[in-house]
Design a protein around this ligand. Structure first.
Ligand SMILES: [Zn+2]
Length: 128
């Protein structure tokens, strides 16, 4: 809707705060495939954007994103990393983690095709 300056706080990642264990159990029970809206907090809990979440849960991943996430007192905020033109899509680096062994299926599931010059070809934080 309007241009953004670098360092602007544009959104809060909202949702129900819960324990990882409960969020994963609910996710499996509801059988959702392909999408999770779980955002990990540094204290070990998670924000479940599928419960009371907002549009922040639809932000896509990019390896060279124009936004970053900042945790502040148990809340997650989306901040711009550089000036962004009106109408441009906002991206964050998902930096995902998985407990699954990194076999080909798992790598494929988290593949990134963002097209950045330094694309690491994965939405996982540690894809090496
Ligand atoms: Zn990428």
């Amino acid at each position: 809707m309007r241009p953004l300056a670098a360092g602007e706080r544009v959104l809060e990642y909202k949702g129900e705060i819960t324990a990882w264990r409960d969020a994963i159990r609910r996710h499996r029970r509801e059988g959702v495939v392909g999408h999770t809206f779980l955002f990990g907090l540094s204290d070990g809990r998670v924000i479940d954007g599928s419960r009371g979440g907002n549009s922040a849960r639809w932000l896509n991943h990019a390896c060279a994103p124009n936004c970053e996430t900042i945790e502040d007192a148990g809340r997650i905020f989306i901040h711009t990393l550089r000036p962004i033109e009106a109408g441009a899509e906002l991206f964050i680096d998902y930096l995902l983690a998985t407990d699954d062994p990194l076999d080909e299926d798992v790598r494929a599931q988290y593949a990134c095709r963002c097209g950045a010059a330094d694309c690491r070809h994965s939405m996982l934080a540690d894809a090496a």
